[in-house]
Ligand binder design. Structure first.
Ligand SMILES: CC(C)(COP(=O)(O)OP(=O)(O)OC[C@H]1O[C@@H](n2cnc3c(N)ncnc32)[C@H](O)[C@@H]1OP(=O)(O)O)[C@@H](O)C(=O)NCCC(=O)NCCS
Length: 256
């Protein structure tokens, strides 16, 4: 699966986007959605995610030789489960945005957005988390007992990074399958293959009762943030490619 990422704050976007972009960033439906948030924090993070995702989509199409899109020609709404969906407005509909899967995450005034060239039957998701201490009760409540054992074995100095990474990888996976936190977090567990650093690390994700799902996850620690990506077969495809096993499934989900 080919993917592209963009991680931005408001000051960075203000430097990169034109005055026209900033005045005409939304379609009518997006403006109504924006106006409908009761919380100023939610409005702000939604806007940051939208501007970042639209910049990424525009750059993607530009890199394919298409004329530059205005931001209000790129609409990003959410489906009934919350998953973002891209639609191009006007004659540009012909360029088939269904080929793109977009994922959005916002944390501490930064947004991470990713787009993947859609491959039928595969899902793509990502997550951004700020590394900070989390209480023991949080780990005991939301982490699989195997993850709790891993955390115990982690050097103390890296413990917050590992706790955050485990959480973030699962959120990326839950977004990739389009479910969000509707799924029981302890029905999946992640085995870290090291301490996350600046280079991508490739942990193993295990789903209860689905040995050959072949999902691929990756995680890195950049600045004070954890970034995670997941590519998976959609649940309706499970069990996937019966008879070919994990290696073939993982090959389909490999990032490039
Ligand atoms: C998806 C979820 C795990 C992310 O939560 P989070 O860590 O607080 O927030 P993040 O910033 O990392 O991600 C939020 C983005 O995830 C995306 N998202 C939300 N639901 C999604 C889903 N089902 N599948 C894929 N992506 C989803 C959205 O793009 C959202 O940003 P936007 O609303 O600005 O477009 C969480 O929102 C969730 O579980 N949602 C579904 C359940 C739900 O709607 N609960 C509401 C209360 S009942």
């Amino acid at each position: 699966m080919h993917y592209h990422l963009l991680n931005r704050s408001f000051p960075e976007l203000r430097r990169e986007l034109s005055a026209h972009d900033l005045a005409n960033w939304a379609t009518d439906r997006e403006r109504r959605r924006y106006a409908g948030f009761s919380s100023a924090k939610r409005r702000r993070e939604w806007l940051l995610g939208r501007l970042t995702a639209k910049s990424l989509v525009r750059t993607y199409y530009q890199s394919r030789g298409l004329p530059s899109l205005a931001l209000d020609q790129i609409e990003i709404m959410n489906d009934s489960l919350g998953k973002p969906c891209v639609q191009l407005i006007g004659a540009l509909e012909l360029h088939d945005p269904d080929r793109l899967t977009v994922s959005i995450s916002h944390r501490k005034d930064r947004a991470l957005c990713g787009l993947a060239e859609h491959a039928p039957g595969l899902g793509f998701g990502l997550d951004l988390e700020y590394v900070e201490p989390r209480p023991r009760l949080f780990v005991e409540t939301f982490y699989h007992h195997n993850e709790q054992a891993q955390i115990e074995q982690c050097p103390r100095a890296s413990r917050d990074v590992c706790i955050t990474a485990l959480w973030s990888i699962k959120e990326a996976f839950l977004k990739a399958i389009g479910q969000g936190l509707r799924l029981d977090l302890r029905s999946i567990w992640v085995k870290l293959t090291g301490i996350p650093g600046q280079d991508w690390l490739f942990p193993i994700l295990i789903c209860k009762g689905i040995p050959d799902h072949g999902s691929t996850v990756r995680v890195r620690y950049v600045g004070d943030f954890i970034e995670s990506l997941a590519c998976c077969h959609m649940p309706e495809q499970w069990p996937v490619k019966t008879g070919q096993g994990l290696a073939a499934n993982a090959q389909a989900c490999a990032f490039s």
